[in-house]
Design a binder for this molecule. Structure first.
Ligand SMILES: *Cc1c(COP(=O)(O)O)cnc(C)c1O
Length: 397
């Protein structure tokens, strides 16, 4: 028997990532986009908690141009795994990070004259001409150079022989709500910059503005590329945005019943005695809690067991929560429960969990803790060989 520390039985609580659904979502998104608009898959924060490497391998096969990331570490992990597709770091870089970016062929946004100069020098040192993108802040007031101050910076980049201005981008503060007035104002500001560049005969390969909301609802702003994150993972950015039929959530959260208890009238459940039985009850204990990222609720929310809703009783603990299975007599020890996702005809959506957490779907996807472990299913790939992660291919090899 192999009792090595890598070979222990998996914990009876996990996140399940259906890579077949991810592939289908990518195909539906790609099919919805005009041929001449590129798709950047946004895979920051471990692909919104889905596992960046698995997502990248499938997105390369489904025709993504490249990938949007947040940190240097995220990007280098993908390079180390053999991914050669373009990787764009979306935020700001510290000066000290620039050499690594050049050495590992990571594309950065340059939004500041000092960074332009430093990056140009480093590129010369490495004997490279490197692509860069400029992020233009058009009203979001986060990263980027102001739209009305962008041209001098763009001139500086164009003047550097070791840099090539590949992309110009902006980001919408509100793209997935019914009111599109501010998004249109932002787009008008962005267009002012593009027009000024055109007058100076500065040509750009990739002009991009859209996140998932913009991709769905602002087709006149697609330009050369869209940056899609949450929709890849099967979650629509809002209730009011356009829907593409067939897009389905990729992530589920599951656990197995680890104990069953009987309650007599008057008996209580959990810390703080937040639930008191008024009649005889049968309850199941699921080995998952707020230490795994489940919202810290009391007498709210449910799990799906045998395709039925089992309400949460009492307050949830770090490692356990209790659900009422009185109405599900067939439920047995070690039966599977679904905390997020589908079972039978029932579904607990990412948005349902977001409500319990008083937060947004993005936060729910990225908050599941790694001690849950990810179990990827339906992840067969054509180009990539799982076991030989150092020799994976890119789309153009
Ligand atoms: C995260 C991010 C996106 C993706 O947003 P979604 O709403 O998840 O599609 C796009 N662009 C930038 C700059 C981002 O930071």
């Amino acid at each position: 028997m192999n009792l090595s520390s890598e070979n222990f039985p998996p914990r009876p609580a996990w996140t399940e990532i259906d890579l077949g659904k991810l592939r289908r979502n990518l195909q539906l998104i790609r099919g919805d986009l005009p041929k001449n608009v590129q798709l950047m898959a946004v895979v920051k924060d471990e692909a919104y908690g889905h596992g960046a490497l698995d997502v990248v391998r499938i997105a390369v096969e489904e025709g993504a141009w490249g990938f949007g990331l947040s940190t240097l570490e995220e990007a280098m992990t993908l390079r180390d795994a053999g991914i050669t597709a373009p990787l764009l770091l979306l935020g700001e870089r510290q000066e000290a990070e620039l050499e690594w970016c050049v050495a590992h062929n990571l594309t950065v946004c340059v939004n500041e004259p000092n960074v332009v100069r430093s990056l140009a020098k480093i590129a010369v040192k490495f004997g490279k001409k490197i692509p860069v993108h400029v992020k233009i802040h058009t009203g979001m007031s986060r990263y980027g150079v102001r739209w009305d101050e962008a041209l001098p910076l763009i001139d500086k980049i164009v003047a550097e022989k070791s840099l090539s201005l590949e992309g110009v981008m902006t980001h919408f503060s509100q793209s997935d709500e019914t009111e599109k007035g501010f998004a249109n104002l932002q787009f008008a500001r962005f267009n002012e910059v593009l027009q000024a560049m055109e007058q100076k005969k500065i040509s750009i390969k990739l002009r991009h503005t859209c996140n998932s909301g913009g991709f769905l609802d602002l087709p006149h702003t697609h330009l050369d590329m869209v940056r899609v994150g949450i929709l890849l993972y099967g979650v629509f950015p809002s209730l009011v945005c356009r829907k593409i039929p067939g897009i389905e959530p990729v992530m589920s959260v599951k656990a197995k019943i680890a104990a069953i208890q009987k309650l007599k009238p008057g008996e209580v459940v959990g810390y703080g005695m937040r639930y008191t039985a008024t009649s005889e009850r049968r309850i199941a204990i699921l080995p998952i809690g707020y230490g795994d990222g489940f919202p810290r609720v009391r007498n709210e929310g449910c799990a799906l067991i045998h395709g039925k809703r089992a309400p949460i009783l009492g307050g949830i603990a770090m490692d356990a929560l209790m659900v009422d299975i009185t109405e599900i007599p067939a439920a047995q020890l070690w039966d599977e429960a679904v905390l997020m996702g589908k079972q039978g005809g029932e579904e607990i959506t990412v948005r349902d969990i977001a409500k319990l957490k008083n937060s947004v779907t993005y936060d729910v996807l990225t908050s599941w803790r790694l001690r849950l472990r990810r179990k990827s299913v339906n992840g067969e790939t054509k180009l990539f060989h799982k076991k030989e992660s150092k020799t994976v291919l890119s789309a153009d090899e």
